[in-house]
Design a protein around this ligand. Structure first.
Ligand code: FAD
Length: 605
């Protein structure tokens, strides 16, 4: 099949690039990894590597010519097709049906200059659509008041837009009320209890009896959630956001219904988030077969909990319930806990969980869940087959978008597997209707360039998408997100934090890499805190020193990740990370040392 070579997006701000020099000519044989051409962006000139082998059939863009990101600049004949026929087809202006887009991704950029301003002004002006009829009630209506919806509403308010936010429950969405924040309150209580239980004596502390008031732990986490939700209501007032309580329904572009009220706006942003997905054929009953919402608000502490799914949510609840003394069985169909993390990190967490007597059952499928008079019974097959009895089962296998009934059928909103399909600028198929956060699926112009990365369901992603979307609507910025470099955290003890390519993925992508790993057992700060478990693992491009992946497990590593997010954003190299003075004694020295290991100049290893 002919494979198009598309102008890649090499930085967040890049919208077009110039082909400075072709290193291959038509008819040349191409191998994956060959340098095809040099491309000039707004920041630097960089080589592009081939991601397909074959014959360079046609060069569409000559040296010195500029094209937009995503446009084809050449085509490779990858199979038995005749290069001349491909050339003839393209010379007529027709792209053959079968042509697969985007066969190259440029490798890492060699540390260009950082952006001088925090906002990139729209360059190719896709942003502000021309003003239309002025008689809408609002400039922007946002449906959903979670991290996506409330951030969109607040940013629109700050930009002096007339904005309405419709929310059917509490402001703050899953994140503040039933996700990120209450779980972290519980996990921190759990860590405190575990430390007292297991390490008090080592720190010279003794006590007669340790009792846990489970209801108080739950109440504390609920109080924090309520406080934050009220904080959003305060920000709405501060920025003049109008709030409507109820379930919003999109009737079509510009029109939304809540109960028997109708509202109109120039733009509508859909930000309705997601809810827990049930196990096929096993409905949640909210008592014995529960989702995360109930798992963080149970009235009585279970003696034994079974958890199905060992992603971030499943592992966090396993950590919490183990810490407070509940017996935990964690069942995962795939090979490892946290299956999307770097394998070394997953294995390290498995070792910690096993030491704590959490019954980890990876490569094990849950075939059946039944309720019994005393609780639930699970039937498992695979590596650790058998039956398990527990008081409750938490199903944590993923989330599904909240889109049922969101749009009236006549609105014809396009969904993919229940998610709202948007382009990377958050446009839906409907004019002036946008989608952000957990309810969307992003359709990238070239799936290949995404290297298997998908839209992640995370609060910070939802927040940034929403702000970007509003700024685009208002013509303030045309900033986009590089979904290959999204930071992600799991707040188990030890914590897990990562960004970018795993070592396996980087090797599959044929990157030439250098890996640096530094263990916390060699960190003075970690030893002083009694937290020697874990490591920092950094993956760099061997060619340019660009940071490709970050994989950390250890105490407080979620707080270390932001340094590396900035490093990546500013395209810092390993040399720059090593040479940036890190304060002593801190966990962050492990970042500097891991870069040092990659470069063969770590001091403490
Ligand atoms: C247990 C748990 C732990 C998590 N921990 C983390 C974490 O540590 N870090 C992290 O980044 N992410 C975490 N997440 C994920 C995070 O909560 C979500 O990614 C984030 O909340 C998504 O924001 P959102 O605004 O897209 O959707 P939501 O937060 O789900 O908000 C959507 C809002 O829309 C409302 N709504 C839905 N339909 C309608 C309608 N028709 N009309 C009006 N209102 C409507 C809902 O009531 C909801 O308030 C966690 C999730 C869970 C479940």
């Amino acid at each position: 099949m002919p494979a198009e070579i598309n102008m890649p997006q090499l930085s967040d701000t890049m919208t077009e690039g110039t082909v400075v020099k072709w290193h291959k000519k038509e008819g040349d044989q191409i191998k994956i990894g060959d340098e095809l051409a040099d491309v000039e962006t707004d920041k630097a000139t960089m080589p592009m590597e081939a991601f397909d082998s074959g014959t360079l059939a046609v060069i569409l863009i000559k040296e010195g010519e500029k094209v937009k990101v995503g446009e084809a600049i050449g085509v490779i004949a990858t199979g038995n097709e005749k290069p001349q026929e491909i050339k003839n087809q393209y010379s007529t202006g027709a792209r053959p049906q079968a042509a697969k887009p985007a066969t190259v991704v440029a490798p890492a950029a060699p540390a260009p200059q950082p952006e001088s301003s925090s906002y990139s002004k729209p360059s190719s002006a896709p942003a502000a659509p021309p003003p239309k009829a002025a008689n809408y009630q609002f400039d922007i209506i946002v449906i959903g008041g979670g991290p996506a919806g409330y951030a969109a509403a607040i940013r629109a308010g700050q930009l002096k837009k007339r904005v309405l936010c419709i929310e059917k429950e509490n402001l703050g969405g899953t994140c503040l009320n039933w996700g990120c924040i209450p779980t972290k309150a519980l996990l921190d209580d759990g860590a405190f209890i575990r430390k007292l239980r297991l390490e008090a004596a080592e720190h010279g502390v003794s006590y007669k009896d340790l009792s846990i008031d489970f209801a108080r732990l739950i109440r504390r986490s609920r109080e924090i959630a309520d406080r934050l939700s009220n904080g959003i209501a305060h920000l709405f007032r501060k920025y003049g956001v109008t709030r409507e309580s109820g379930r919003g329904q999109l009737l079509g572009p510009h029109k939304v219904k809540v109960g028997d009220k109708q509202f109109t706006a120039q733009h509508v942003i859909l930000a309705t988030g997601a809810v827990a997905t049930p196990l096929p054929g096993v409905a949640f009953d909210g008592k014995k077969i529960i989702a995360s919402r109930q798992a963080m608000s149970l009235a009585v502490q279970p003696k034994k909990i079974a958890i199905i799914g060992a992603g971030a949510i499943g592992c966090e609840f396993a950590d919490f319930y183990d810490a407070v003394g509940t017996e935990v069985v964690l069942v995962e169909m795939l090979d490892h806990l946290l299956p999307i993390e770097d394998e070394e990190v997953s294995l390290a967490l498995e070792r910690v969980f096993a030491k704590r007597n959490i019954d980890v059952r990876t490569r094990t499928r849950t075939d059946r869940v039944e309720t019994t008079p005393g609780g639930v019974k699970l039937t498992l097959s695979g590596a650790k087959a058998g039956t398990i009895e527990a008081d409750v089962v938490l199903v944590a296998i993923g989330v599904s978008a909240n889109t049922a009934g969101l749009a009236a059928p006549e609105a014809k909103l396009q969904l993919v597997k229940g998610r709202i399909e948007v382009d990377p600028q958050y446009r839906t198929n409907l004019e002036d209707v946008w989608g952000v956060g957990d309810c969307v699926s992003v359709r990238w112009p070239s799936q290949q360039n995404m290297a298997g990365f998908r839209h992640p369901d995370l609060a910070h992603v939802a927040h940034h998408e929403a702000v970007n979307c509003v700024e685009r609507i208002c013509g303030v910025s045309d900033h986009t997100i590089d979904y290959r470099s999204i930071p992600a955290c799991t707040y188990t003890h030890p914590q897990v934090a990562s960004m970018g390519y795993t070592e396996k993925k980087a090797r599959e992508m044929n990157f030439k890499i250098k890996v640096g790993k530094f263990p916390f057992s060699a960190s003075g700060r970690a030893l002083a805190l009694g937290e020697p478990d874990g490591f920092v693992k950094l993956i760099f491009s061997a060619q340019y020193g660009e940071l490709l992946g970050v994989h950390m497990i250890g105490a407080n590593v979620t707080e270390l990740l932001s340094e590396l997010v900035i490093a990546k954003k500013l395209e810092a190299t390993e040399a720059e990370i090593i040479e940036a003075i890190h304060p002593h004694p801190t966990f962050s020295e492990a970042v500097m040392e891991a870069a040092g290991v990659a470069d063969g100049r770590a001091i403490h290893l």
